[in-house]
Design a protein around this ligand. Sequence first.
Ligand SMILES: NC(=O)c1ccc[n+]([C@@H]2O[C@H](COP(=O)([O-])OP(=O)(O)OC[C@H]3O[C@@H](n4cnc5c(N)ncnc54)[C@H](O)[C@@H]3O)[C@@H](O)[C@H]2O)c1
Length: 251
Amino acid sequence: MLEQMHDLSGKVAIVTGGSRGIGRAICLALAEAGADILLNYSRSDKEADKVKKEVEKFGRKCVTVRANVGNFQQAQGLGKAVMSHFGKVDILVNNAGINRDRTLKRMTFEQWNEVIQTNLSSVFNCTKAVIDPLSERGGVIISISSIIGEMGNLGQCNYASTKAGIIGFTKTMARELAKSNIRVNAIAPGFVETDMLGTVPEDIRDQIKKEIALGRFGTPEEIAMSVVYLCSTAAGWITGVTLRINGGHYI
Ligand SMILES: NC(=O)c1ccc[n+]([C@@H]2O[C@H](COP(=O)([O-])OP(=O)(O)OC[C@H]3O[C@@H](n4cnc5c(N)ncnc54)[C@H](O)[C@@H]3O)[C@@H](O)[C@H]2O)c1
């Protein structure tokens, strides 16, 4: 019965920023659970093609679509693409995100705005893009927030604002969309070993690890497993929550 509950066979999922890091792991975990994937990415065709091949190894269909999800029109294109390739959509994972870290004094408006558009407006844009077909059948929306949205962090006022904003958006959507049988949740990872974390200097990485009860960074797969769970019928009564996955960083 447990296995059946986590079976996503026949489902269609959009994953934004699916070409690497946490997004890649989410694509692979959803595919392993049985879902077909529309993989969105912004830059590297090569990375996206590689993940597409990995998804196809699970016997699932994968369509890659290059689009800047921070741009409203381009994000609407994802909605059109999922309908033309798959004829439906069941799951939206808003994962795409960037950081442009500076203290407030040094941060330019462009750095503020780029992060707001990419991390937060994208969540609005992509949800709008799929809301009509999703409402017809019911479904799941998951957005990737961050521990930084709850804790704040030096040099990350833009990033922290977007990740806190995702939590407010999620709670509001959970209320608005419950009548359409759409569950809306967020995941707030702690520090996860990806290219994004690679920009943090070694001494600061060591300091952060000391603050984590389990003493290590997370893996993209450890976030992806929870995405599968939240998409599954095992989580059928879960909506409006933010699942904190951080190795005991924020207890
Ligand atoms: N790595 C961490 O420690 C950590 C912690 C908490 C939350 N997160 C969040 O998890 C998500 C994934 O992070 P990651 O560490 O895998 O990062 P990453 O940099 O490895 O991957 C980011 C992905 O987003 C895509 N992307 C960036 N801008 C885009 C745009 N405008 N349109 C479409 N796609 C775009 C990139 O192509 C890439 O596939 C982000 O939202 C990030 O904020 C990461």
